[in-house]
Design a protein around this ligand. Structure first.
Ligand code: EPZ
Length: 433
């Protein structure tokens, strides 16, 4: 088992480059199924969820070969439509996208239940509602989702999503690009990774317009083909390092970002008293005096991103004053609070709202990463805390952060990853070498 050990109190200083966006890479990897051809994907983050998604494609008969640093060629010309027996599917939420991609390619899909971070119930009723509007049905059979078209192939349809669900918007897009006729998705998710997926699909010959707005139009085409595509930078990874810089009182420049994607995060840091200097593709965050309280209300994009909620929970825990965090997307995204409490954070949760009473300093402790962004929050808390923090559940963090230990060491953090079998402590070298 691996652990991350942090000796807190150091100010982060320097530059880091952001990797490709996990939540854009995952739908695009599965969307290669629709091309039935070879696609070159560049700027893929080196994170386990992306590695898993590529392994699932290989298990289905695709060929995947590395073509450079963070780049692969994926050929899905010879894949099958049944992934009911893949044990990997249950390890990530994004495997839900196999339903839309296989429906769009073959008109049928047999996919095991997906996994992902535990925030309470994570249904797919909106995905199913969208598939039904296109002439498909989804049944649960032998512990799998079986999607099929009872009356001939998929046809265009009008979909109104009750919730601006990222996953449902993605899945309906994947099924609709080769459906006969026109499809509209109303109340669609507007996240940057929806736009990235639409751009990828259009490069493959699809006809999608309106991605990034809440009304997406798709005209079905006979067939798609391969393409070369570069994934957008990860706004949540960037935001995580920006918050870490503010938490430690340092000065960090995050490079390779799209500042527009970071607007809500940048504005909130400024509101709390952090210094922000924005360039075309870089943001510098600095902090010289104690941050002040702020309220956070997470919501669908362009609202404050729910995936930045735990990181700000760690930051507000040492800001001056009392802050309120309201989680507007998931039933329960507060599992990180119990772990922060072990570091002396004063956070009380009531339903979807948390009251954070800022303390001068947190204190290091042994804690566990209970989900991906909770793990990021614990790293941020450990960097700013007095003493040593030991984080277990590191595999959860590696699902979505590319070499976070190496990148933080490059900013001067006293942080390392250790293997914890019954051998004496043995450090794992950073990828950065
Ligand atoms: C994606 O999850 C991301 N995961 C999440 O990131 C992110 O937090 C979330 O979008 C919101 O931005 C990936 O991209 C792999 P939703 P997803 O469908 O698609 C409810 C991370 O840390 N809902 O937009 O599952 C749902 O329960 C991860 O990188 C339904 O009720 O999110 C939730 O309350 C964590 N029925 C809300 O909508 C449905 O059919 C938003 O879910 C679908 C969703």
């Amino acid at each position: 088992m691996k652990k991350i050990i942090i000796n807190g109190g150091r100010k982060l200083r320097g530059d880091i480059s952001v990797s490709g966006m996990k939540n854009a890479a995952l739908p695009i990897v599965f969307a290669t199924i629709l091309s039935g051809d070879e696609c070159i994907l560049e700027n893929l983050p080196d994170v386990t969820d992306v590695a898993l998604s590529l392994k699932i494609l290989e298990d289905m008969g695709a060929t995947v070969r590395t073509t450079g640093r963070n780049a692969v060629a994926v050929d899905t010309s010879r894949i099958g439509g049944d992934v009911s027996d893949s044990p990997l599917v249950g390890r990530l939420r994004a495997s839900t996208y196999l339903l839309g991609a296989l429906l769009g390619r073959f008109g049928e899909a047999l996919v095991g239940f997906s996994g992902g971070c535990d925030f309470g119930v994570r249904p797919i009723d909106q995905h199913i509602k969208g598939f039904q509007a296109l002439g498909a049905e989804v049944r649960i059979e032998n512990g799998c989702n079986h999607a099929f078209c009872p009356h001939g192939g998929l046809h265009g349809g009008s979909v109104y999503l009750d919730i601006a669900s990222v996953g449902a918007t993605i899945n309906v897009m994947l099924a609709a690009v080769t459906a006969a006729g026109k499809t509209t998705i109303d109340n669609a998710a507007r996240e940057p990774h929806i736009v990235d997926l639409a751009n990828f699909l259009n490069m493959c010959g699809a006809r999608i317009s309106g991605a990034g707005t809440s009304f997406i139009k798709i005209t079905g085409v006979e067939k798609l083909h391969g393409c070369s595509y570069t994934i957008i930078p990860d706004m949540i990874e960037a935001g995580t390092y920006m918050v870490a810089a503010a938490a430690t009182g340092g000065r960090v420049t995050v490079r390779g970002v799209i500042p527009k994607h970071m607007e809500t995060v940048t504005a909130k840091l400024q509101e709390m008293g952090a210094g922000i200097d924005e360039k075309d593709d870089a943001i510098t965050v600095s902090r010289s005096s104690r941050l002040t309280r702020a309220n956070i209300k997470t919501y669908f994009y362009p609202g404050f991103p729910t995936d930045m909620h735990p990181q700000f929970g760690a930051l507000l825990a040492t800001a001056e004053g009392t802050s309120i965090i309201t989680e507007g997307v998931f039933d329960n995204r507060f599992r990180y609070v119990d772990e922060l409490a072990k570091m002396n954070a004063d956070i009380k949760v009531e339903g979807r709202t948390a009251t954070v009473i800022g303390r001068e300093r947190l204190t290091g402790a042994p804690v566990k990463a209970v989900d991906l962004r909770a793990g990021a929050a614990l790293i941020i808390a450990g960097l700013a805390a007095e003493g040593t923090t030991e984080i277990s559940g590191v595999e959860t963090i590696e699902r979505g952060y590319d070499d976070i230990v190496g990148k933080l060491r490059g900013l001067g953090a006293d942080i390392r990853m250790i293997e914890c079998e019954n051998e004496p402590e043995k450090e794992t070298p950073d990828k950065a070498g």
